[in-house]
Design a protein around this ligand. Structure first.
Ligand SMILES: *Cc1c(COP(=O)(O)O)cnc(C)c1O
Length: 375
């Protein structure tokens, strides 16, 4: 072994991986750019913050942190099972839904197998797939002028499934495009895909998306035993920092995921916070309402700037600047505003902007106006 080149000994899928690029943390911008009062609209976090109920529940856990968490996540799984009308055996908890996506890849993928997903789909799918040595079969997205611009082409995705395919990822809605698929199209797709191929419907933005008519695929688990639905507490529930996500699936699939799951993958604060957040429906209702208003505000302001944004069922907009977005992004950073460049998705002329509170959206629009006039 060449001591200076561990990459030559890494498994092939890993040595070829490009790491996930997260939104820039506020502290990093402060450190690197010497700015303060930073506005971050880069990671689709909930601008309303943490639900008071979740905060209190987590505070109540502090004295017990010397104990290992409940590795089975009994209370949270029971609450989630009740929410979805399934048995607790159908719920698999993850350290964020990123964790359950990786568990799915570890369980069903290997060299010689493939996962199917769309061009412009969530960046975790290629990473989770490649890390297993499986092939990522990336299906060209719908065109820019489709009704769901750059969205998933479900017919083409179904056609890309072959004998080697074990996993299909459908993000509904998708990040970064904001696009979604309706109930009829998704059910047709599920009926088209062979019953031994696991279809993961990633509903990270479900609470926001519901209002746009995006279906709750977890209602179809009885009909499609190969269906897995993933959800997260990172977005509308306002708990991105504690890392909780989960899947709803058949007990048979959950049993497999549980074999590769780390025994204590969800910590005590997260278990308590997520369960309390689940019960805080007033907080979610407010988040959804304010997101709709904020998205309209952003959209109107962007239109006035000549920047277009496609429809979105999430809490973010994919904004087409019609010019190189990297320079615009850099100038926004200098003004203390963090948004998300998406060149890594193959979209160098776009920025993904999270919907903020009304004052945050005003500040973003003012900064963007200034930047577009001067750079
Ligand atoms: C944000 C996001 C997730 C998950 O995030 P976690 O914080 O790991 O739960 C999953 N899928 C999509 C499409 C997302 O945008």
């Amino acid at each position: 072994m060449n001591a200076c080149d561990p990459a030559s000994h890494a498994v092939a899928g890993v040595s070829g991986l490009k790491p996930y690029e997260p939104g820039k943390p506020i502290s990093e911008l402060e450190r690197e750019y010497g700015v303060s009062d930073v506005l971050k609209l880069a990671s689709n976090e909930n601008p309303l913050g943490v639900s008071p109920a979740a905060r209190a529940a987590m505070a109540g856990q502090l004295d017990d942190l010397w104990l290992y968490p409940d590795g089975g996540g009994f209370d949270l799984r029971r609450a989630l099972a009740a929410r979805h009308g399934v048995e607790p055996a159908c719920i698999t908890l993850g350290n964020g839904s990123n964790d359950v996506l990786v568990l799915l890849a570890e369980t069903f993928l290997a060299p010689g197998r493939s996962a199917v997903f769309s061009q412009y789909a969530f960046a975790v799918y290629p990473i989770a797939t490649h890390a297993t040595g499986a092939e990522a079969r990336i299906v060209p997205a719908l065109s820019q002028d489709a009704r769901q611009p750059l969205g998933h082409d479900l017919d083409a995705m179904a056609a890309a499934v072959d004998d080697d395919t074990r996993l299909v990822f459908v993000a509904n809605p998708n990040n970064p495009t904001g696009t979604w698929v309706g109930a009829d199209a998704l059910r047709r797709f599920l009926a088209d895909v062979p019953a031994d191929v696991v279809v993961v419907v990633d509903e990270a933005y479900f609470e926001y998306a519901q209002a746009m008519g995006v279906p709750d695929a977890s209602a179809w688990l009885g009909e499609f035993p190969n269906l897995v639905v993933s959800r997260t507490f990172s977005k509308a529930y306002g708990l991105a920092g504690i890392r909780v996500g989960y899947t709803v699936s058949s007990p048979a699939i959950a049993d497999l995921l549980n074999r590769v799951r780390q025994p204590f993958n969800v910590n005590s604060l997260a278990l308590a916070g997520a369960e309390a957040a689940l019960g805080d429906t007033a907080f979610i209702d407010r988040a959804v309402r304010e997101n709709a208003a904020g998205m309209a505000q952003l959209r109107k302001g962007l239109l006035a700037l000549g920047a277009s944004a496609a429809p979105s069922a999430g809490n973010f907009l994919l904004v087409d600047l019609g010019r190189d977005a990297a320079t615009v992004n850099e100038a926004l950073l200098r003004l203390g505003v963090i948004v998300r460049p998406v060149a890594n998705y193959g979209l160098p002329g776009h920025l993904r902007i999270t919907v903020g509170t009304a004052p945050q959206n005003d500040r973003l629009l003012a900064a963007l106006t200034q930047v577009l006039e001067t750079t």
